[in-house]
Ligand binder design. Structure first.
Ligand code: SF4
Length: 258
């Protein structure tokens, strides 16, 4: 089975705000300092404010190993920008675009970090709502109980997982996904979810680099959701080392098929 290459990431909106705002303020503070060197605050204070803004923008320039080492703090900062500006984005009808832009920026940096060094211990996380709502196949207990009827993405996903031997979990609660991830201790997560859960997951599991793929919701939240199986497998092939070993034992409400 072969998969497509990864699609381009779209992150300009987030980057323009996250990097552009502090750099613009930095330039503004320096300009004011030069124009009013003998003002009430003197040049020194303006220069100090400019340096503070440079410090705010600095994490956006980290790449590769430096990015991975500082990821927890970087995600905390980036996440703060997302949460702070989310109400404004919502007010102008760009809430999803804003969160997805942050996800795209995250993906871009994770791709850079794993360009020359693939992850050795990767984990796929999927939400249970990808299963057709009326389907009774107990895939939470065992993915191979899927009848492969073709009515939802689970069948295609199962075939790829069985062929490639990747570790994965399908869960019906976010906290279970977090718990299972912490127990497994991966060095890379590839996660599929709705935009809101992706944002929460990225900030809650900031210690683990994560490549995220948004669900499409043709029937609304949490019902018969869709995602691109080739996109998911392209991410695994690009970022993670192949894993073709014996299958691990399944968890109670999770699936492992390695
Ligand atoms: S592919 Fe068919 S059998 Fe498998 S989970 Fe989806 S609906 Fe159920």
């Amino acid at each position: 089975m072969t998969f497509d290459t990864l699609p381009a990431e779209h992150y300009r909106l987030f980057l323009w705000v996250r990097r552009g705002v502090p750099l613009t303020l930095m330039a503004g503070f320096l300009l004011v300092g030069f124009l009013m060197p003998h003002g009430p605050h003197g040049f020194g204070w303006w220069a100090l404010a400019a340096m503070a803004m440079a410090g705010v923008a600095w994490p956006t320039f980290k790449r590769g190993e430096a990015y991975l080492l500082a990821r927890r703090a970087i995600i905390r900062w980036d996440g703060m920008w997302v949460w702070l500006l989310r109400p404004l984005a919502k007010a102008i009808g760009l809430e999803d675009a804003w969160i997805l832009s942050f996800c795209g920026w995250n993906n871009h940096r994770v791709r850079e970090a794993f360009e020359n060094r693939k992850a050795r211990r990767s984990l796929i996380l999927l939400p249970h709502c990808i299963q057709l709502a009326k389907c009774k196949a107990p895939i939470l207990d065992d993915l191979e109980k899927c009848y492969d009827c073709g009515l939802c993405p689970v069948g295609d996903y199962m075939h790829g997982i069985l062929e490639k031997g990747w570790e994965s979990r399908i869960t019906n609660r976010s906290y279970k996904a977090y718990r299972e991830t912490r127990e497994y201790r991966p060095d890379l997560i590839v996660a599929v979810s709705c935009t809101d859960r992706l944002l929460k997951g990225l900030t809650k599991l900031s210690e683990v680099p994560a490549y995220v793929i948004p669900l499409t919701l043709p029937h609304g939240m949490c019902v018969d959701t869709q995602f691109s199986v080739p996109h998911l497998f392209a991410a695994m092939q690009t970022l993670a080392e192949p894993k073709l070993g014996p299958r691990p034992v399944e968890g109670q409400d999770s699936m492992s098929a390695a």
